[in-house]
Each structure stands twice: as structure tokens, then as C-alpha cells.
Design a protein around this ligand. Structure first.
Ligand SMILES: Cc1cc2nc3c(=O)[nH]c(=O)nc-3n(C[C@H](O)[C@H](O)[C@H](O)COP(=O)(O)OP(=O)(O)OC[C@H]3O[C@@H](n4cnc5c(N)ncnc54)[C@H](O)[C@@H]3O)c2cc1C
Length: 400
């Protein structure tokens, strides 16, 4: 008899689980429910925000699942009915399951800081990235009172990637629109005393040097206290800007607390050695309290792990136990430059950047037919390689 698998979340973990299960149509009947029509490729959103193609970061789920035995439903999961083994969605559907896989990802956290949600930009979706990009254009081409400060809050991987890509993109806008010369500052604010607080200190130092070379002004150990329509308050002092991007906070999906899952002190769901949160309920990716949760590679790994065990279970084989796998960290910071932490190996520069391109190609191949993934990746790769303005020396950006 086929097992009814319900997957909630059309991101890295959910999509990977669905595609792996779909290889066994005789054993599994798969439904994936997600609140958006599209899969979001988060690692390249910084690039979409700085002139890259939107197609790179947004792929229709129906296209990914075309020709596969996967039913896709666009809806938001709201309530879990444990007794009935069903999920209730915002449009009133009740979806039954034998096995439930939850991969809902995280949400932006503003830590209750006044004004941030209202006035700051984000880059957690292609729509947000496009909004930020439009604001950049508006400010840079404004002849009257344009922003002098372009502020990124949060020096984790997303903040660093965006900070590294901004100078090149801003030079491009300035050159393309014939904007008059003026001093522009790109400011990166971090509450911790160093960049990339979760990376080795040698990586933080290398990235810091690289960002300084690009003209980014760093404010380390500085906490944001509030934002108004005209300024950000940092350690009691105002910094005038209308272009503030918040990348500093994520919180676990509220679905879990609303449905009374057991969570740890970071609000991640507690799972056992098989990634089960409860009977017949698996929680994977960013939602699970595992050592490397918070990375796309972990979500993909978790999905493969759970699917492998579901197949073993059907075959009456002994189940494997979860062994956390340390992901490779590759953080681009400017054109042709990335910092890599790969187990004992740490390196920076063009080699790192090329490795990141290779990793993106592999990730696309995981989700799409090879011809489509390669075409999509190549267009973007060629565009980044050929951006001469992005690397050219220019004094439009104030150095600090
Ligand atoms: C800007 C940014 C850059 C990143 N860069 C990198 C990187 O370079 N390398 C890396 O390894 N990781 C990176 N990450 C982290 C990585 O994207 C996540 O770890 C990964 O997406 C987690 O996969 P997931 O399946 O757990 O969740 P997600 O991929 O977030 O998917 C969750 C899905 O669930 C849907 N959903 C949420 N709530 C509901 C609901 N109630 N009902 C139905 N559907 C719902 C969402 O719409 C989404 O489609 C980045 C993250 C961001 C935000």
C-alpha cells in the first residue's frame, strides 16, 4: 500500500524530499503544500538585489515538479490536528497524512526594535530584493537630496554578500545614468565585536580587509536601537539614511510554537536521532534543533536522510541514525572574491569565488533538469564575469 506523505514547505528541504520520494511512485503518494508558488534560491538573493537576474532566485514549483508524481498545493499551513493526522490550511483545507515532513524555514526577526519593520528593507524574497534595488536607483539618481549613507545591518553571510556586491552595482548605476560625482558611504553595522561571528577569526579578518578595500565603513560592536523615516539610531547617535537593509535577525517559523511543538532555547524544534519531532512527524532544515541548521546544504542533507530512512523502513531494514554534517561555508564579498571554510581548509579570493559558482551549479542541478539548470547558471555566471565597471577603480564611493 502506498504511504501518503505530506510535505509542508517548498524550500530546500521540502523540495528535495519531494523529488527524492517521487523516484518511488509505487511506494509514496506525495503532496507538497507551500505558501508561495515559487521556490526561492536564497543564496543568490543578494545578487538579485544588486542587478542579477530574478530568474536565478525564483523557480516555479510547478515547473520543478512537472511530470513527477507530486501534487503541489499553494496554501499556508496553520493548524496541526494530531489525532486526525491532518494539517489545516488558511483556505480551510484539511490535508491528511501517514507521514508529515515539516520544512517551513525561518522568518525575519526585528527583535521589537522600533521602526525597523516599517522603514528597513530586506532581501529575504525576490520581491524584497526588487524593492531594495528600486530604492537604490531612486536615491542614486535623485538630483536634490539623495542619501549619502547606504546602510546594511548585520555582518553575517547575507550582510557580507550584499555589502561586497553593492559598490560594484552602485558604480554601474552611477555610470549608466551619468550621475554627477558625489561622496557615497556604504556602512555595515554589526552588534558583535567582529564580522561573521560564527566563522573562524582568520576568516573574519580576511573578509574585513576585503570589505575595507571595497570602501565599506564598518561599525562593529554597535547595536541598532531604532529607525525613523530619516535615520537609524546606533548607540544613541543618529545616522541619516533612507536606505537601510536589515539582515541581522531570523526567528523560527511561528507555526511550531502555535502548534505546541517542543523547542529549545533558540525556539528550534527538538528532534530525535531520526529527525522525528513526534510520531510520524519529521522536522528538517532550518526548523530543526541540529548543530548546522540554518544552511541550505543542511536542509538538503536532512531531506535525503529522512527519505532514505523512509525507504529503509518500507524495506524492513534497520534505520540509520542522524550524523550532523558540517556544511562548506562559501561567502562571496565583492567581484571574483569569496571566503571558504571547508573543514580544515580555509582560503579566500578568486578560487573561493569559482568554488561558489560550482556549488550554485550543483544546487540548481539538484532541483531542475540539467539543461535548464546549466542554461540558467551560465547566463548569470557570464554576466558576473563580464562586469568591468564593477571592478574598475572609481572614486564615487568614499573610502574610510
Ligand atoms: C538571504 C539569504 C541568503 C542565504 N545564503 C545561504 C548560502 O549562501 N548558503 C547556505 O547554505 N544557506 C544560505 N541561506 C540559508 C538557507 O537559505 C536556508 O538554510 C534554507 O533555505 C533552509 O531550507 P528549509 O527547507 O529549511 O527552508 P526554506 O528554504 O526557507 O523553505 C521554507 C518554505 O516553507 C514555506 N512556508 C513557510 N511557512 C509556511 C506555512 N505555514 N505553510 C506553507 N508553507 C510555508 C516558505 O514559503 C518556503 O517556501 C541563506 C538564507 C537567506 C535568507
Amino acid at each position: 500500500m502506498t504511504k501518503q506523505i505530506l510535505i509542508v514547505g517548498g524550500g530546500f528541504g521540502g523540495v528535495k524530499a519531494a523529488l527524492e520520494l517521487a523516484k518511488r511512485p509505487e511506494d509514496f503518494e506525495i503532496t507538497l503544500v507551500s505558501e508561495h508558488e515559487h521556490f526561492r534560491y536564497y543564496p543568490e538573493l543578494y545578487h538579485t538585489a544588486t542587478g542579477g537576474l530574478r530568474t536565478q532566485t525564483s523557480i516555479r514549483l510547478r515547473d520543478i515538479f512537472a511530470g513527477k508524481n507530486i501534487t503541489f498545493l499553494k496554501a499556508k499551513a496553520e493548524r496541526l490536528h494530531r489525532e486526525a493526522k491532518a494539517i489545516e490550511t488558511n483556505d480551510g483545507q484539511k490535508l491528511n497524512y501517514d507521514i508529515l515532513i515539516l520544512a517551513l524555514g525561518v522568518v525575519t526577526n526585528y527583535f521589537g526594535i522600533k521602526g525597523l519593520q516599517e522603514y528597513s528593507y530586506g532581501i529575504k524574497s525576490p520581491e524584497e530584493a526588487a524593492e531594495f534595488k528600486a530604492e537604490l536607483h531612486k536615491q542614486l539618481t535623485d538630483e536634490h537630496a539623495p542619501d549619502k549613507h547606504y546602510v546594511i545591518v548585520g555582518a553575517g553571510p547575507t550582510g557580507i554578500e550584499l555589502a561586497g556586491a553593492l559598490p560594484g552595482y552602485m558604480k554601474k548605476i552611477i555610470a549608466n545614468h551619468g550621475v554627477k560625482h558625489r561622496a557615497i558611504h556604504i556602512d555595515l553595522i554589526e552588534a558583535a565585536p567582529r564580522l561573521l561571528p560564527r566563522s573562524p577569526t582568520s576568516t573574519s579578518r580576511a573578509v574585513r580587509r576585503q570589505l575595507k578595500k571595497l570602501g565599506i565603513k564598518l561599525y562593529l560592536g554597535q547595536a541598532v536601537q531604532g529607525e525613523t523615516a530619516d535615520a537609524l539610531t546606533i548607540n544613541g547617535k543618529p545616522l541619516t539614511s533612507h536606505t537601510v537593509v536589515w539582515t541581522a535577525g531570523m526567528a523560527n517559523n511561528p507555526f511550531f510554537e502555535a502548534n505546541k511543538f517542543a523547542v529549545n532555547d533558540r525556539h528550534k524544534v527538538l528532534v530525535d536521532e531520526f529527525m522525528k519531532a513526534e510520531d510520524e512527524i519529521y522536522v528538517i532544515g532550518d526548523n530543526a534543533a541540529t548543530p548546522y541548521s540554518g544552511m541550505a546544504q543542511t536542509a538538503l542533507y536532512d531531506a535525503s536522510f529522512v527519505v532514505n530512512n523512509l525507504k529503509r523502513d518500507l524495506a524492513g531494514e534497520e534505520l540509520e541514525r542522524y550524523k550532523p554534517k558540517q556544511p562548506i561555508s562559501i561567502i562571496p564579498a565583492g567581484p571574483n572574491w569569496a571566503a571558504v571554510d571547508w573543514g580544515r581548509f580555509h582560503f579566500t579570493g578568486r578560487k573561493g569565488w569559482l568554488l561558489r559558482q560550482a556549488a550554485d551549479l550543483v544546487a540548481f542541478h539538484d532541483l531542475e533538469p540539467w539543461w535548464k539548470a546549466t542554461e540558467q547558471w551560465f547566463t548569470e555566471f557570464a554576466e558576473q564575469e563580464n562586469c568591468e565597471i564593477c571592478t574598475a577603480a572609481d572614486d564615487s564611493l568614499a573610502t574610510t
